[in-house]
Unconditional design. Structure first.
Ligand code: COA
Length: 157
């Protein structure tokens, strides 16, 4: 395919690119504030990974490693990845970029949890993400989907 997944840096250029994504919100604004107030260095690491087509950011996701002591989803309990803000710009959808980002997340070898948008369930099924048994106390209105690496299963409550 010729494009690769890159870890994105926090700088004004990246934050300008983020404005093209629908899910632009408080997370991006706070990154912009921190950068403006020099609370973070220009070009410091962000939790975002993305795909460039030429010099244009066309797909991105956020990934964050959660410590095993907070794991309520997986057995045995372990560090896992939370994936959010997966989004491909409209003109670049259905070309495999979403899949490429999710496969990249899987290469860390950790279980993954995401809380997808309602309309993307067909995509997540293809990515082999599964529903969890809803647990009101834990999930509180979320509808998480998870991916289990080999040897990992659902935590029983
Ligand atoms: N429903 C069912 N299957 C879907 C799908 C969907 N909404 N989107 C993609 N797929 C399938 C593709 O057909 C492809 O199947 P294949 O491997 O058999 O060819 C596979 O999932 C991988 O698709 P890919 O090209 O990587 O998808 P993408 O790059 O467009 O990324 C999203 C998928 C959902 C992340 C992306 O389209 C997006 O950001 N959409 C934003 C809005 C949204 O959520 N749309 C949902 C539909 S309204």
């Amino acid at each position: 395919m010729g494009v690769k997944v890159e870890k994105l840096k926090v700088n004004f250029k990246t934050l300008e690119e983020f404005k093209k994504f629908k899910e632009y919100g408080i997370q991006e604004l706070s990154m912009l504030d921190d950068l403006g107030a020099k609370m973070v260095e220009d070009d410091s690491d962000s939790p975002f990974y993305g795909i460039y087509f030429g010099d244009k950011l066309v797909a991105r996701m956020s990934l964050y490693q959660i410590d095993a002591k907070f794991d309520r989803y997986f057995y045995p309990p372990q560090d896992y990845l939370e994936l959010w803000k997966l989004e491909v710009l409209p003109d670049y959808q259905d070309k495999g970029y979403g899949k490429q980002l999710v496969e990249f997340a899987k290469t860390f070898g950790l279980p993954i949890k995401t809380n997808p948008r309602v309309k993307s369930s067909g995509f997540w099924e293809k990515m082999e993400f599964a529903n969890v048994d809803y647990d009101m106390e834990r999930d509180r209105g979320e509808n998480p989907l998870v991916w289990y690496p080999e040897g990992v299963e659902a935590q029983q409550h």
